[in-house]
Design a protein around this ligand. Structure first.
Ligand code: ASP
Length: 448
């Protein structure tokens, strides 16, 4: 099993390189042949782009297909396997403390970096507004943003809480509203343990579903290298002014990447080491498949099956802990998103010449954390919830989001990878604490 996953990992890395090179050659070759103006209307190019993207598209569909049964079954089994309510309370408390602490760290790190580096300073705000004015407003995100913008902040916060109690389970499932599904599965799992004997066949059923879905994930993983190559190549080739965008927003991009890098390579490993006294990088390498899947799908939810697989199979985290911490983490623990939102909003304020007070920065940090909790684990969800943050400090959400939208597909990958890494480190810490408790419990009667 381990050998196979190493082979898949090597092929996936080859897939990443092939995707980048292929995407640059495919897009670059095309740019040499036709003018930029006709580039987007070139049906022939679009046809090939669709074909290049197709294997990746199928892969992501396959992952998304597995998310619903996996989350529901794993949460029900996870919570039921905790045995009694008191134990679950303890694991839940530990998980929540870890989630909140790391998200706060991430948001503060973002604020510290963006206020120090000042990526948006020294730019003429009028020129920026000109760029914004000419930007397209056709995007689905912009439309969502417009709808969101009309709601007061308090309503958006209440919406997050409302999502916890969906009025219709089928609707929540159809729309993959994970927060409601998780809350339902959690309570359903607890109820099953309270029912006693009569709940056991139902539990056994969900346990079987859980195992079977994990097996399906394992099989799907054989397709990961091709999917990664396909998605990356299509994204690079399909971006119509990739280089211009990178130059214009490079300082902002570097600030976000530096923050995500510091969080991934210093903060999270340090937290891991403090608790486990083991090499955190070895642990992160065990989860590399999940991080690469996050990089190529930009979705913590779509990555969840792989995250589970990596934690259980490669890193030896118990299925019980993984089933509890990871689905919950994929939904509410988004360190990368919190960091990203704080950086993006302060960067935009610098660009647009909007001066921010200390209180504004505190509000940005707080609302970024809430917005990351409320963001769905799907691509670009962080962009939508960022409206909450912009609105909270009196900035025009439309103007802000329009400007950084072009680069979001790129940064979304990295923040999603950090979101996933945060979940896996959390699973390791919670699992270790649980194992220590268990061994203390078994040692206690012997010494007594
Ligand atoms: N794409 C991110 C995730 O799935 C959420 C975001 O847009 O920040 O974790």
């Amino acid at each position: 099993m381990k050998d196979k996953s190493a082979v898949i990992l090597v092929f996936t890395i080859i897939g990443v390189v092939a995707g980048v090179v292929g995407g640059l050659l495919f897009g670059g070759h095309h740019l040499d042949d036709v003018t930029r103006a006709s580039w987007t209307s070139d049906e022939h190019f679009k046809f090939w782009l669709t074909l290049v993207k197709f294997p990746g598209e199928l892969f992501v569909r396959g992952l998304k297909l597995l998310v619903l049964p996996l989350v529901v079954a794993s949460m029900i089994c996870g919570v039921a396997s905790l045995g009694n309510l008191r134990d679950m309370g303890r694991m839940g408390r530990r998980t929540m403390i870890y989630f909140i602490t790391t998200t706060v760290f991430a948001a503060l790190l973002g604020v510290a970096l963006v206020t120090t580096i000042q990526p948006g300073a020294g730019v003429d705000p009028e020129a920026v507004r000109g760029t914004i004015g000419s930007a397209s407003s056709e995007s689905a995100i912009i439309k969502t943003v417009t709808t969101e913008q009309s709601k007061p902040v308090i309503d958006r916060i209440l919406d997050v809480i409302r999502e916890l109690v969906p009025s219709n389970l089928v609707e929540a499932a159809l729309e993959l509203k994970m927060l409601g599904l998780i809350a339902f599965s959690l309570i359903f799992g607890i109820a099953l343990t309270m029912v006693g004997e009569r709940g056991k066949p139902v539990l056994a059923f969900f346990d079987g579903v859980n195992e079977a879905v994990m097996k399906m994930v394992y099989l799907l993983m054989y397709c990961l290298p091709i999917a990664v190559a396909s998605l990356i190549a299509a994204n690079i080739a399909g971006s119509n002014n990739l280089l211009d965008q990178l130059v214009a927003l490079s300082k902002y991009v570097l600030t976000v990447l530096a923050g995500l890098g510091i969080h991934l390579l210093l903060v999270l490993p340090a937290i891991y080491w403090i608790f486990l006294r083991r090499n955190p990088f070895q642990y992160l390498i065990g989860g590399a498949q999940a991080l690469l899947t996050a990089l190529s799908t930009s979705s913590s939810a779509a990555t969840l099956p792989v995250t589970m697989e990596c934690c259980v199979v490669n890193n030896g985290i118990s299925r019980r802990t993984s089933s509890f911490v990871l689905p919950l983490g994929a939904t509410i623990n988004m360190d990368g998103t919190a960091l990203y939102e704080a950086v993006a909003v302060i960067f935009l304020a610098q660009m647009l010449g909007h001066s921010l007070s200390g209180a504004d920065i505190a509000i940005i940090s707080l609302i970024s954390i809430m917005a990351s909790i409320g963001a769905a684990a799907i691509p670009s969800a962080g962009m939508v919830t960022m409206v909450m943050v912009l609105d909270a400090v009196g900035m025009d959400p439309m103007a802000g989001i329009t400007y950084i939208l072009a680069i979001d597909w790129f940064l979304d990958r990295f923040r999603t990878a950090v979101n996933v890494a945060g979940d896996t480190i959390g699973a390791a810490i919670v699992d270790d604490l649980e194992k220590r408790d268990a061994s203390r419990k078994t040692a206690a009667p012997a010494t007594a």
